[in-house]
Design a protein around this ligand. Structure first.
Ligand SMILES: Cc1ncc(C[n+]2csc(CCOP(=O)(O)OP(=O)(O)O)c2C)c(N)n1
Ligand SMILES: [Mg+2]
Length: 113
């Protein structure tokens, strides 16, 4: 059955947001829904896109985000990740060196899919 209109979901957020990311920003995607659905939509050409799939884990995503933001203070870093990936690495946000150029887009679907 075809889905004619996307429900509010990671897929819908990607469809509405990917093309609107600011020029020269950086997009990092968490695994599962984030990587899967954002892959369907085009970002502006100057936006660099990454996904840390080493081990395909959910346990180091926030730490990677914080590190990526620290290494590129002149860029805005968008980090899209699911609730489980976020909560698995939540304590990393207690680091006093979290920089102001990091934008976290936490997509809470209430489960790990
Ligand atoms: C350390 C670790 N434990 C378990 C898994 C198995 N796993 C892969 S994706 C996933 C759920 C991801 O859920 P979430 O981050 O909320 O993303 P979404 O629901 O959007 O897919 C799990 C448990 C894993 N990859 N790494
Ligand atoms: Mg989830």
């Amino acid at each position: 059955m075809a889905v004619l209109e996307l429900p509010f979901s990671n897929a819908w957020i990607a469809s509405q947001t990917a093309s609107k990311l600011p020029a020269n920003s950086v997009l990092h995607l968490g695994i599962q829904n984030s990587l899967r659905f954002w892959n369907f939509y085009e970002t502006p050409e100057s936006v660099a896109c990454f996904s840390n799939t080493g081990g395909f884990g959910i346990d180091g995503n926030m730490s990677s985000a914080i590190g990526a933001a620290l290494t590129a203070p002149e860029k805005i870093i968008f980090w899209v990740l699911g609730d489980l990936a976020f909560f698995y690495d939540l304590n990393s946000l207690g680091n006093k060196n979290v920089s102001k150029n990091l934008r976290i887009l936490l997509v809470n679907n209430g489960k790990g899919t």
